[in-house]
Design a protein around this ligand. Structure first.
Ligand code: ZN
Length: 166
């Protein structure tokens, strides 16, 4: 069996973004295991959902990720399909009272969402890394997010009500 291409080493010019080919499936699976998509050894998260700035094992920069709302979105899709399927199956088979439905499915939904969210986020960060999205591309300029304050400073202040001259 052919080995998936391994992500090549980290560049030496102080930039910690790795270069070269990256296997999409391998990066995605490493991310889903909550490990660095580049080496698969270092932990991706420093807290529950906080992605480390750099991999503690290989130094790959991970702060470029822009997972944003995608992990909760995919988590809702996954948990929704599991829980709704179970609710319908139990309702059709046993017709339990509504309080029992609430007692079963509400905690299960919360628990599943909390369990599934980190691997989903890890997989998405791994996917972004493999596809060289955002700052993961070693040839890309650093993304500069214009600050709202800078935009506000350029626009003249709106006249306030007390400034009105009759
Ligand atoms: Zn690593």
């Amino acid at each position: 069996m052919q080995q998936p291409p391994v992500i090549s080493g980290v560049s030496t010019d102080g930039d910690t973004r790795s270069t070269g080919e990256r296997s999409i499936l391998l990066s995605l699976l490493r991310g889903a295991r909550l490990t660095c998509p580049a080496c698969g050894k270092g932990a991706m998260f420093r807290r529950y959902l906080k992605v480390s700035d750099h991999c503690p094992a290989c130094g790959e920069a991970l702060h470029h990720h822009r997972a944003d709302d995608a992990p909760p979105y995919f988590t809702i899709v996954i948990v929704g399909h599991i829980v709704v399927g179970l609710v319908l199956a139990v309702e059709m088979a046993y017709r339990p009272p509504l309080w029992l439905h609430a007692a079963l499915w509400l905690p299960l939904t919360v628990l599943l969402a909390l369990l599934i969210l980190p691997p989903v986020k890890g997989a998405l960060v791994g996917l972004q890394c493999a596809l060289l999205m955002h700052g993961f591309d070693p040839n890309a300029e650093e993304e500069i997010v214009p600050s709202l304050d800078a935009d506000l400073a350029k626009t003249p202040p709106r006249p306030r009500r007390l400034d009105f001259q009759p």
